[in-house]
Design a protein around this ligand. Structure first.
Ligand SMILES: CC(C)(COP(=O)(O)OP(=O)(O)OC[C@H]1O[C@@H](n2cnc3c(N)ncnc32)[C@H](O)[C@@H]1OP(=O)(O)O)[C@@H](O)C(=O)NCCC(=O)NCCS
Length: 167
């Protein structure tokens, strides 16, 4: 199993993984449209010995109260059913956070199960008076600062790109 940055030829494998993982086409179409518009800040794949994509994570830009603060949103995260429970999801996220930190990004937000993202070092964003646009998502909206001062004086609404707003 190898974790590396996605390249062009991974697109069909990523697409297939997302369709079977999420039982629908929303996430696959989201990633396609983000990629087409150059909005994947970082995409990492996990591949098996044959080079098949068995895991994927993407990060794309978010703004805070309309400002670009070098923050990104983590979505989607997927590991093939047959490969779960072996730490691949964790490694994808940690490798992503490491690279983003090296590139100088300041914070990563995620929308998902706090039981999962809490284990990956995220904390509820509401604690810092940070919110997303989706009503009722308060507990699910979480943040992982990368820079020490990322959250200093930053409050308000975090916006993903328009591609997310059809959800
Ligand atoms: C969520 C998912 C990516 C986890 O992948 P994985 O490779 O099995 O995860 P890991 O083995 O790295 O697990 C990392 C930690 O998270 C925990 N975890 C994994 N899935 C979890 C879940 N759904 N809820 C809560 N905790 C979870 C694991 O127990 C592990 O914690 P531990 O080390 O304390 O035991 C995978 O189950 C998946 O693709 N699910 C369907 C898609 C999905 O729900 N994506 C997330 C959308 S927000």
């Amino acid at each position: 199993m190898l974790i590396r940055v996605e390249i062009g030829i991974d697109a069909p494998g990523i697409d297939a993984l997302l369709r079977r993982t999420f039982n629908g086409s929303d996430e696959a179409e989201l990633v396609q449209s983000l990629r087409e518009d150059g909005l994947i800040t970082l995409g990492l794949v996990a591949t098996d010995d044959e080079g098949q994509v068995v895991g994927y994570v993407a990060f794309s830009p978010v703004s805070v109260e309309g400002e670009e603060l070098q923050w990104v949103g983590l979505a989607p995260l997927a590991v093939d059913d047959a490969w779960r429970g072996q730490g691949i999801g964790r490694q994808l996220v940690y490798d992503g956070l490491d690279s983003l930190n090296e590139f100088g990004y300041a914070a990563v937000v995620a929308l998902g199960d706090p039981a999962l993202y809490g284990k990956l070092g995220f904390t509820p964003a509401a604690r810092y008076d940070l919110h997303c646009r989706w009503p009722g998502a308060e507990a699910a909206f979480q943040i992982h600062p990368l820079a020490d001062d990322a959250l200093n004086g930053v409050h308000g609404r975090v916006e993903y790109s328009d591609h997310f707003n059809r959800f």
